[in-house]
Design a protein around this ligand. Structure first.
Ligand SMILES: [Zn+2]
Length: 277
């Protein structure tokens, strides 16, 4: 069996502030090592459950976080940012299952640690009117290729978000957010034990968990944190502005929806440099 593993950082055990996930931060060398351990635990657990091949997408920020030499040598790595499916880089219909490691809550989650949705310019994201965060978006991209997400580990709020979309997914909460910059966390070693066990269990459920398939066409709804961002983004062809900070776009499928969303984030980022509003 082939498994795709997307790895974010803010949801990992032992992290409570975005500075710790910043390459230039003092804590980053420790955190990248601990995150690598979580990924390796997932690989070991999945192997015990029958998985043979792995693609690991290093999906946080610039995609240069994991210590690749500490992963099993037969794993394929998607590194950096040059890919069209974002945090699901490398995904295709050739996979049997997908894992999400280190995932965090969406923006605006009460007490979800470092809760955000892709970029700090995004207040809310909707797919066919269902509000979702990065876990839901990644699951929908996997679902486009008919690949079921069977394991989600990270902030308990993110795990609950995932289970609200896919009730049978195996969830491994490694910490409970107790504030935007607060966490009640497992120790890194305990988190790895539970991820290893969860991954084995998840492999046993591959045949029974359905992919998260978003109906086509896909209505992409985005609420920005600032009005100027929606103003600029609404100049994209076929994007409709629905109020001061919100836009919608009808995409033919999830891949188009995701690529338009990425383009929106790039435009929003440059719009944000014009002023404060
Ligand atoms: Zn993230």
């Amino acid at each position: 069996m082939r498994v795709h593993i997307t790895v974010d950082m803010e949801g990992m055990a032992g992290m409570a502030h975005e500075d710790q996930a910043d390459m230039k931060g003092l804590d980053f060398p420790r955190m990248r090592e601990l995150l690598t351990n979580e990924v390796q635990a997932a690989i070991e657990g999945a192997k015990a459950g029958g998985a043979k091949e792995f693609v690991v997408c290093d999906a946080h920020d610039t995609g240069r976080n994991l210590i690749y030499e500490k992963l099993d040598k037969d794993v394929t790595i998607i590194e950096g940012t040059a890919y069209g499916e974002g945090m699901m880089g490398g995904i295709s219909a050739d996979f049997d299952a997908a894992f999400q490691i280190g995932y965090h809550s969406m923006r605006d989650t009460h007490a979800g640690t470092i809760g955000h949705t892709y970029s700090y310019d995004i207040a809310e994201l909707y797919l066919n009117d269902i509000k979702m965060g990065e876990s839901g978006l990644a699951s929908a991209i996997a679902g486009h290729f008919n690949v079921p997400v069977v394991l989600v580990s990270g902030d308990a709020h993110a795990v609950r978000e995932a289970q609200s979309l896919m009730k049978d997914v195996v969830g491994v909460p490694t910490k409970e957010g107790v504030g935007v910059y607060g966490a009640k966390s497992l120790t890194p070693d305990r988190a790895c034990e539970l991820i290893r066990e969860g991954a084995t269990k998840a492999m046993g459920k591959v045949a029974t968990i359905s992919p998260y398939v978003v109906n086509r066409p896909v209505k992409l709804g985005v609420v920005f944190t600032r009005t100027i961002m929606a103003q600029y983004v609404s100049q994209m062809p076929l994007v409709e502005r629905t109020n001061g900070e919100s836009v919608v776009y009808e995409a033919k499928d999830m891949i188009e929806a995701f690529r338009v969303f990425e383009a929106m984030m790039m435009i929003a980022s440059s719009a944000g440099r014009e002023g404060y509003l």
